[in-house]
Design a protein around this ligand. Sequence first.
Ligand code: NAD
Ligand code: MG
Length: 394
Amino acid sequence: MSISWVTVLGATGSIGVSTLDVIERHPQRYRVFALSGHSRMDVLHTQCLAHCPQYAVVADDAQARALQSRLRAGGCATEVLFGAEALEQVAAATEVDVVMAAIVGGAGLRPTLAAVRAGKRVLLANKEALVMSGALFMGAVKASGAVLLPIDSEHNAIFQCLPTDYARGMADVGVRRILLTASGGPFRDMSAADLVSVTPQQACAHPNWSMGQKISVDSASMMNKGLELIEASWLFDVRPAQIEVVIHPQSVVHSLVDYIDGSVIAQLGNPDMRTPIAHALAWPERLDSGVSPLDLLAVARLDFRAPDLQMFPCLRLARDAAEAGGTACAVLNAANEVAVEAFLAGRIGFTDIPVIIEQTLERMAPESVQDLDHILQTDRRAREHALSWLSRHR
Ligand code: NAD
Ligand code: MG
């Protein structure tokens, strides 16, 4: 069995840690080429000692020096690099076979795209990258022959429920629609009045999944499902109208594909990201992920209901942006990132999040996307608009 060399972008985060957990179970199949982290240097230090990657990439010079000397003292030969270019370098290096794209937010776009352009097997957790750059990103996948495999549990489920030749087109393979499940987040049963005063701590306490702060807040506002709707439309080349969001509080059915003959195929499993990670690492083979078997008798019931778009306007805003196309999704994503950060910092209330996003979208009419620079410029402008909203509403 040949060894695959893996770069984990965002190794210190929730997905990064789960990825290394799966990799550690299969030392005869996977070796770590590079790890990256932006904070939590103690975690990165421990990961480097355990995996001895060729490279570690951190945010800046000071972090790099500190980590480099600690690693040397520990007898570890890992070379520490820093900055955005270094991330692209370790994503695209010729030695690398697999790149786990698990940086959160727009910061992950360039390195993820670098991995795609270098024709790697790209395990996509960083949904914001695809949301920002949809057509350009998928065009780069086609051009380079990269193997793009979704890590988002819903998209990984859809991928598993689709026939292998789904790229022929949904109509050709008999798909009627995609049913995207959502837990509904920690506030799914709350009243609209109570939603106004929820805290970052409450928003980050997801009932089923343990995740980074940003995606936890997105799950609470249902922007996560909105971003996932956009993500699914690009990954599987389906119109947003063909994707239906269904609230499923148990997070056991990870998504479903509805075929024209009436068959509905679902993928089920315990809510543990090591399942999609192991699936994408080994595809088309299967790998032990360490996830315990699903006990259906313990689950006992599976509930489904419609989402409440009044309570959670982010889902509506995302669907509208998906329909509008062009730069609209990059604007949506940037405004959301600014709003979530402000909410986490205690500067705004939870229900201000959709207000900031909507006003930013209103100020920036969608343009047709020219190139990566155009997307990055749109991202910057949208962040400025959102920040100016914040400064006007202190
Ligand atoms: P996290 O916050 O736990 O980890 C984020 C990682 O990105 C960390 O390693 C951090 O150091 C790094 N990072 C943050 N800002 C950076 C920057 N400016 N430059 C470079 N690196 C930076 O997040 P997570 O929960 O692991 O999520 C990562 C991505 O995976 C997100 O896009 C998220 O939407 C997606 N995702 C996560 C889950 C989950 O269960 N956690 C599920 C589906 C999709
Ligand atoms: Mg998901």
